[in-house]
Design a protein around this ligand. Structure first.
Ligand code: CTP
Ligand code: CA
Length: 224
């Protein structure tokens, strides 16, 4: 068995990290997904581990492999991600970096949908998925001391992210501009603005690993 002797500013702390996209089935062979690679969440989990935290890494079907030395809980759908987060609680902090699908297919089929040969096509209807960040942020019992969310926006980044922080009651929101022109979605760099109760701080564009290390340092300070 693996024996971990964690030292560092986060030793003795448990942090839940969600990461990657979710897949929402249409039928047994098809699904709806998004462009998240899981790179930023994976880097955050590794950085928290490096500071000595015990990390529960709840990940959708990501492109990048999960880090070593964390507890990996692989899920497919948003509902399964919510259940996995519930099972991983309690935690000192939660970092919700997953690109959770906002909607699932309400009329998903148990068998493969076939072409009918007459040019008809299936009509999908949707139901809203549970908001995992809002739910954890608003727990009245057993809320993590620090809840960090992300906000992927394509315009008015700070305004949308500030509203999101208040609406969901997260402590911090790490906001970024995911317009295609930035190359951030699926890329190796990130340019984020961190929003807290005392205002917004713009970090310079840097490698996703560097964003992760800086965020882990700030989490360690907040939990100290
Ligand atoms: N999030 C979540 N569960 C959801 C949707 C989002 O936990 N069902 C989390 C994400 O992991 C992220 C934050 O909420 O930390 C913001 O996600 P985002 O998609 O930017 O916000 P939404 O509230 O879904 O708003 P919209 O997509 O309409 O901008
Ligand atoms: Ca969303």
């Amino acid at each position: 068995p693996e024996i971990r002797v964690a030292t560092g500013p986060l030793s003795g702390k448990h942090v839940i990290v969600t990461s990657g996209p979710t897949h929402e089935p249409i039928d047994p062979v098809r699904y709806i997904a998004n462009r998240s690679s899981g790179a930023q969440g994976t880097a955050i989990a590794a950085a928290l581990r490096d500071l000595g935290a015990r990390v529960s890494f709840v990940t959708g079907p990501a492109t990048v492999p999960p880090p070593e030395g964390v507890d990996v809980i692989g899920v497919e759908t948003a509902q399964a991600m919510r259940d996995a987060v519930a099972a991983a609680l309690p935690a000192d902090a939660a970092v919700m970096a997953a690109a959770v699908a906002d909607w699932r297919v309400e009329n998903a089929s148990q068998s493969k949908i076939k072409k009918d040969g007459m040019g008809n096509f299936p009509v999908l209807s949707f139901a809203e998925n549970p908001d995992i960040l809002a739910w954890v942020s608003q727990l009245t019992e057993g809320r993590p001391q620090l809840v960090v969310g992300f906000a992927a926006e394509t315009d008015d980044v700070v305004a949308h992210a500030t509203a999101k922080r208040l609406r969901k009651q997260a402590d911090w929101i790490v906001a970024n501009d995911v317009s295609p022109a930035t190359g951030i979605m699926g890329g190796t760099e990130n340019a984020v603005t961190v929003i807290r109760d005392d205002g917004a701080t713009e970090w310079p564009r840097m490698a996703k690993d560097a964003v992760a290390r800086r965020l882990a340092d700030e989490i360690a300070k907040a939990l100290a």
